[in-house]
Design a protein around this ligand. Structure first.
Ligand code: EPZ
Length: 420
């Protein structure tokens, strides 16, 4: 298993280009199951989760022509359509559940593996199933698989999500595109990746209209048109590099992402002392010597502070002057990085879903273990500013969602090496 060797402390300096969004790509790729005609998706990040999703789509009967250099794929329907999304593929990437809505809407049936839990939580899919049921999907669960089918068509309905869920919103929007009649979805998640999905579908002729902050109306159509679409930049990768600059008294120009989509994060980093300038797809960020603490930060759904940046921000707060508190409100077990940060010298107390972080930590290099994708990148950030050598094990977690991470970090001055 690969590991990273990092010698710190380093200050990040220079320019970094943000790759395509993993999470927007996963939803958009799942939605290609709705199409009769070929569809081209561009700016896909070269990360393992995308490979897994492409393998899943291939196993479902789609033809995938990959064009490596411009990171695009041309997807077209083959003759032998299959409706089984197998556990072997879905178990490594919970977003596999996103094919359920498309399969049922397009093929009228599906056998999809339940995603199963992961390190950050149980990852239930009850909201997905309940909303698809309201559109007419019948299903039962047996031996870890969802056996789903419909009579003739899905039929539009009015649905209010009991809790805001990114995946359930995406699955239901995708399914509603081909349903008969009107679907009104309330209490939707409104992450930028979901807007990227609806922009993609609208460009292909789906009739989707966001009418309220969290309400979307979808009028089903017979079929979608052949289009080419370029996926947005990765919001969490961008946020991660912003934290890297704020953390290491760095000076970064970050390109390829619309800064308006991370206003909350950028305002918080400014509050903590970073100097930030924005243009329409560039962020200039300079870290300050003194990092201020934050009394109490709570992770919430967009447009609030995202759970996917919680671990990265915790590293920054370890270096802040004074104590900070973070409450993790989205997932039930998303503090795996804390035990590892303690090995670097962090002083963090966990009380249920609250982390109390003592500041002024002087990180000392150590050997560390990755866990989930975002916790792992937090360890990389801490190792960058730690004194001495750190080794980070099991970095396959990072390869799931960060494209060329070590090369991007090397280019901005980090002393990092991948050991296979
Ligand atoms: C998406 O996961 C992202 N994954 C996650 O990013 C992200 O952390 C999460 O949204 C929150 O923003 C992808 O987009 C592929 P949810 P998702 O449904 O859709 C509970 C990363 O690192 N819930 O918004 O699974 C759930 O347990 C990943 O890129 C139910 O109870 O998140 C969680 O507590 C990690 N029942 C909360 O809702 C359901 O049917 C939010 O989950 C669905 C969710």
């Amino acid at each position: 298993m690969d590991k990273f060797l990092i010698n710190g402390p380093c200050k990040v300096k220079g320019q970094v280009v943000i790759s395509g969004s993993k999470n927007a790509s996963l939803a958009i790729l799942a939605a290609t199951l709705l199409f009769d005609k070929p569809v081209e998706i561009k700016n896909l990040p070269a990360v393992r989760d995308i490979d897994t999703m492409l393998k899943l789509l291939k196993s479902l009967g789609l033809k995938i022509a990959i064009n490596k250099n411009n990171k695009s794929v041309l997807i077209s329907r083959s003759k032998n359509i299959n409706n089984l999304a197998s556990y072997s593929l879905v178990k490594t990437m919970r977003a596999g559940i996103l094919v359920l809505g498309a399969l049922v809407a397009k093929n009228g049936k599906a056998i999809t593996s339940l995603p199963g839990g992961c390190l950050i939580g149980a990852r239930p899919v009850n909201f997905h199933l309940n909303s698809l049921k309201k559109l007419g999907m019948k299903y039962f669960i047996k031996k870890g698989y969802i056996y789903a089918k419909i009579k003739n068509n899905l039929v539009g309905s009015e649905i209010k999500f009991p809790k805001i869920s990114v995946g359930a919103t995406e699955n239901t929007i995708i399914a509603s595109c081909l349903a008969k009649g009107r679907t009104i979805l309330k209490n939707c998640a409104i992450e930028p990746e979901i807007k990227d999905l609806t922009n993609f579908l609208k460009k292909a002729g789906a009739r989707i209209k966001w009418v309220g902050k969290r309400t979307v109306v979808i009028d089903g159509v017979k079929s979608l048109n052949s289009i080419s679409y370029s996926v947005m930049g990765d919001r969490i990768e961008c946020g991660t590099f912003c934290v890297a600059a704020a953390l290491s008294e760095g000076n970064l120009k970050i390109k390829g992402f619309d800064p308006r989509l991370i206003n909350t994060e950028l305002n918080l980093l400014k509050q903590l002392g970073a100097k930030i300038k924005k243009t329409n797809n560039e962020i200039l960020i300079k870290g300050s010597k003194i990092i201020k603490n934050v009394k109490h930060l709570v992770t919430k759904e967009y447009p609030n502070f995202p759970t996917d940046l919680q671990a990265q921000l915790m590293v920054l707060l370890c270096k802040a002057e004074g104590r900070s508190i973070i409450t993790e409100n989205i997932f039930e077990n998303r503090f795996m990085h804390v035990a590892e940060l303690r090995r670097l010298g962090a002083k963090i107390l966990i009380k249920n879903n609250k982390a109390i972080i003592e500041g002024n930590t002087k990180f000392e290099g150590a050997e560390l273990m990755s866990s989930d994708l975002r916790a792992s990148v937090a360890l990389v950030l801490a190792a960058i500013v730690a004194k001495g050598r750190s080794i980070i094990n099991r970095i396959y977690h990072l390869d799931r969602g960060y494209e060329q991470l070590e090369n991007k970090l090397k280019k901005i001055g980090v002393n990092i090496k991948r050991i296979s």
